[in-house]
Design a protein around this ligand. Sequence first.
Ligand code: NAD
Ligand code: TDX
Length: 379
Amino acid sequence: MHAGPLPEGVQRVLVTGGAGFIGGAVVRRLLKHSPAQVFNLDKLGYASDLTSIEQLPQAAERHLLMPVDLADAAATAEAVRLADADLVLHLAAESHVDRSIDGPAAFIDSNILGTFHLLQAVCAHWERLPQERQQRFRFHHISTDEVFGSLGASGRFSESTPYDPRSPYSASKAASDHLVRAWHHTYGLPVVLTNCSNNYGPWQFPEKLIPVVILKALAGQPIPLYGDGANVRDWLYVDDHVDALLLAATCGALGQSYCVGGHGERSNRQVVEAICAQLDQLQPQGAPHGRLITLVPDRPGHDRRYAIDSSRITVELGWRPKHSFEQGLEATVQWLLEHQNWCARVLMQAGYAGERLGQRSCLALPTAAWKLVESRLRF
Ligand code: NAD
Ligand code: TDX
């Protein structure tokens, strides 16, 4: 173990996807709490924004942006060579399930091909390192609980759960996990993997459930709840996730994976109602916000329940989440209330106005027709 987030000798850290939500939180932590030089490799896609990093005084000295698409093998190899890293944290990925239904190709390119190009480049870099740095080097791959598929009413995912991905997004992440393990077993690349549950918190691009609900409620617009609203997710506050990532990256056993969950299992309806209740207190002029909750047609292939057993990372590395769901949600709602201009700006830059995504299916029926089909299926 060591003081601070990084062991002595880890001076250069390459973070991929550091202009995104979780990667940005990792970069900020490294800049604030370690002396490391941070190389941020990101293609600067629709969900990217550097405001939270650039406002830190440390960024001017120790943050270097590398605007590179991992789908470009040559540019990736060159960036990895220039970064000359002691530690690589790989977070870059297309991350939104609904977008993977509408356009799976980008997920294959970034998450599978991109990870392959990165592994090739990192392996070449690692093989060239002098012995002392080679022994210290780690590649940490950040993945998702969605690779394990969908749970019924009971049970939790753990490191030994068989893979059973069911969306283009989760299939692409599962493929990347397999590639990382293969590079460990075949070439000896020192890797660690983590599979975490749904993250939430400040600076999340407003396309995922929690920021979408807050913004729709504030705008007095219908709050879309997919299907029957009973799907369950295990919510993890992003700062707790960063604690787990840095611990696993630096103290985790090589070749090992760690499941990270927030002890925050809630149905989507519970999440949405909790947000509405908080907004009723903070913005009483719009109350009751719950009147805006609207059931909409379900996501195709919608996984029913995710829940994580985090015993391994707790027992072996001493991690546990510091935020309850209620604490994390309160901080997130407050943050969004104070950053509505940021949300408007990133949505505009991304060309996304909050419309429903992920409705493409072989049977592209309009909503009314779906309702009819569903009512017939339910007898
Ligand atoms: P995000 O969409 O906010 O950010 C992803 C970043 O990766 C973006 O800045 C994007 O430009 C970059 N990127 C994507 N493809 C790239 C490419 N080909 N080359 C270079 N950069 C590329 O995502 P996030 O929520 O911060 O997720 C980060 C990682 O954590 C992802 O690997 C995701 O699968 C994983 N994860 C996320 C969650 C969650 O709840 N958000 C949960 C489990 C796992
Ligand atoms: O408007 C909505 N209404 C709704 O009911 C949205 C955007 C979502 N939902 C539902 C679908 C899910 O059951 O809420 C739940 C959460 O949806 P998302 O925020 O899209 O997350 P999810 O699909 O669970 O995937 C997330 O967690 C795992 C991340 O996006 C992934 O990157 C991560 O790997």
